[in-house]
Design a protein around this ligand. Structure first.
Ligand code: ZN
Ligand code: ZN
Length: 336
């Protein structure tokens, strides 16, 4: 495919899509999506795929709740190995195809360089790929599984209000449908807090070392950041729920992290077909730091709080103006 039919390339070769990032229908903007599109975005394709993973998990991977009444090596190891392998394949397939095999070369790639071309002292072994892989797979995945283990144990022992799914169908279905919007809303505020300088320097800087993210960057975090991201799953111990909801929430956070870190605007599926990867918003966050604290624009929190960048030259201009105002405010503060 010719990516220049869909956008432009600067002197360095970085790709920029022509279309602005769309906003939800309840925001005043010429780039707002229709209600039908927005509802579709809440489900398709990512949430639907992750719901499929969660259903598989529930019926194939999750051990019997009688067994999970006590902490035992066997069932905990089963959950760990399953999650590790699934996330390894999930991120690894994209990494392999786009960054190792380079199946579509640099077409649709936001940053013309590949991380392997940019060794840096910021990373373990000077390699972004090794650093991000180890942090994602050996820091964040164990935290996700540890939370899953505690939550399943709590449900197994009656420390939660486990409702009968057949009587609560609509309630449960709505929560699953809006899991992405809930995560996005929580993540906006948690992420914003992580950009408070002391918190950033201590914790979030590890994720931001990867200015040019790739799939292995998805969960390359300080352990506190990963714990913060997965923590809302514990809310399902406090409200009427089923363990499926908590498990799906953990799966959503873990699997959807990939979306913002693919690094390509479209993934080619052949000579003339491609799917949108929906990751421009978070790519811009890695590039510019103080924009787009939400992951993918399903919720308009950045727009409401003045940190939105829609990916266009106009977005650059507005970001420049915000930066200028900030500098002027800081200088005024120093001179008084
Ligand atoms: Zn990121
Ligand atoms: Zn950040």
């Amino acid at each position: 495919m010719n990516d220049l039919d869909f956008g432009t390339r600067n002197k360095r070769g970085d790709f920029r899509p022509r279309d602005a990032i769309g906003l939800p229908p309840f925001v005043s903007s010429s780039h707002r999506r229709s209600w039908a599109n927005w509802f579709m975005d809440l489900l398709w394709p990512w949430n639907a795929v992750i719901i499929g993973i969660s259903v598989f998990w529930w019926f194939v991977v999750v051990p019997d709740f009688e067994t999970m009444k006590t902490f035992e090596f066997g069932w905990i190891a089963r959950l760990f190995v399953a999650k590790w392998v699934a996330l390894f394949l999930w991120m690894g397939v994209f990494e392999w195809r786009l960054y190792v095999q380079k199946k579509q070369d640099r077409r649709f790639k936001y940053n013309a360089k590949f991380p392997a071309e940019q060794p840096s002292d910021y990373f373990w072994f000077k390699s972004q790929n090794i650093d991000n892989f180890l942090r994602s797979m050996f820091v964040s995945v164990p935290i996700c599984v540890a939370f899953e283990v505690v939550i399943f144990w709590a449900f197994a022992n009656g420390h939660a209000q486990w409702v009968d799914a057949s009587s609560w169908q609509v309630y449960l279905a709505l929560i699953v449908f809006f899991t992405g919007a809930f995560h996005e809303s929580y993540f906006f505020f948690a992420h914003w807090a992580m950009h408070w300088k002391p918190f950033y320097d201590w914790c979030h800087t590890i994720h931001h070392n990867s200015i040019n993210p790739s799939p292995w960057t998805s969960m390359s975090n300080h352990p506190v950041e990963s714990a913060l991201q997965f923590a809302p799953a514990f809310l399902y111990l406090l409200v009427p729920a089923t363990p499926f909801l908590a498990m799906h929430h953990l799966n959503f956070v873990a699997f959807s992290a990939l979306i913002g870190h693919i690094g390509f605007d479209k993934i080619e599926l052949g000579e003339s077909r491609a799917i949108d990867s929906d990751n421009l918003s978070h790519y811009l966050h890695h590039k510019h730091f103080e924009v787009n604290y939400c992951d993918n624009g399903v919720m308009p929190w950045d727009r409401w709080f003045g940190s939105f960048h829609d990916g266009t030259a106009e977005g650059d201009r507005l970001m420049g103006e915000r930066h200028q105002r900030k500098v002027e405010k800081m200088n005024a503060g120093k001179s008084t």
